[in-house]
Ligand binder design. Structure first.
Ligand code: ATP
Length: 217
């Protein structure tokens, strides 16, 4: 029997803009789980969200600037190359086909996304395609909103990170990550009010926002 391929972890988001609330929890998660690489997947027209303020090219440029000195991260632009909305489940199905049934795959989300996961397109298929690795996010409940959803979560939980590397999909890991109270919404609002963005995102990304005059109205 050949060796199991290394766990492939993906982190989707609008990244409008990318900020320390994305980067720092995922860096801590990677240390806990032993991830060598995390692939950032910027969304195209996230179906359940208002349209991004920055263009796809600007969001990609900001991701590139943010990860230039962070070798953990790489960028996959596949969702932006499609004309249709990017359903996470479809991207994961595509990756599963590309990499085969034995490939351990994980999708990283914040606690807020875990709480609203049941609103995602074909959410119940997600765990047949990947594991879910959940980062803590301040200000969000730690319990699911209904007993049924909590049961679903409990049935898939593991705290054994070795299983995430051995099994191809099906587990949920709640990581012990730093609480980073930053959101892209807050960054856009602060910019509109002319307030400082210091400590919220990498300086190279702030310089890009300044240069492009992004989020100022
Ligand atoms: P917006 O404020 O525009 O809704 P956002 O800051 O939530 O954006 P997204 O790009 O929508 O950022 O988030 C992508 C992923 O990152 C989601 O899974 C979200 O839960 C997670 N995430 C975003 N900010 C944080 C944070 N501060 N801590 C932990 N996870 C986060």
């Amino acid at each position: 029997m050949s060796e199991i391929p290394a766990l492939h972890a993906l982190f989707g988001g609008t990244f409008d803009p990318i900020h320390y609330g994305h980067l720092r929890p995922v860096e801590a998660l990677a240390r806990q789980v032993g991830l060598q690489q995390v692939t950032l997947l910027p969304n195209n027209l996230p179906p359940h969200r208002p349209q991004p303020a920055a263009s796809a090219a600007q969001r990609v440029a900001m991701v590139k600037l943010a990860i230039a000195d962070r070798p953990l991260f790489r960028l996959d632009e596949r969702e932006l190359q499609r004309a249709t909305p990017s359903w996470t489940v479809e991207t994961l199905a595509e990756l599963r086909l590309e990499r085969g049934d034995r490939q351990p795959l994980a999708f990283i989300i914040g606690q807020d996304s875990l709480l609203s996961l049941h609103t995602w397109h074909r959410w119940q298929d997600l765990l047949s395609l990947c594991h879910l690795l959940v980062c803590q996010r301040p200000g969000y409940a730690t319990k699911m909103e209904s007993a049924e959803l909590q049961q679903w979560l409990d049935a898939h939980l593991t705290d054994d990170t070795t299983l995430l590397h051995r099994q191809p999909a099906g587990l949920i890991f709640l990581a012990d990550t730093p609480l980073v109270p930053v959101s892209a919404t807050e960054i856009r609002q602060r910019r509109r009010r002319g307030e400082s963005l210091d400590d919220l995102l990498p300086p190279a990304v702030t310089a890009f926002i300044d240069r492009e005059g992004l989020y100022s109205e």
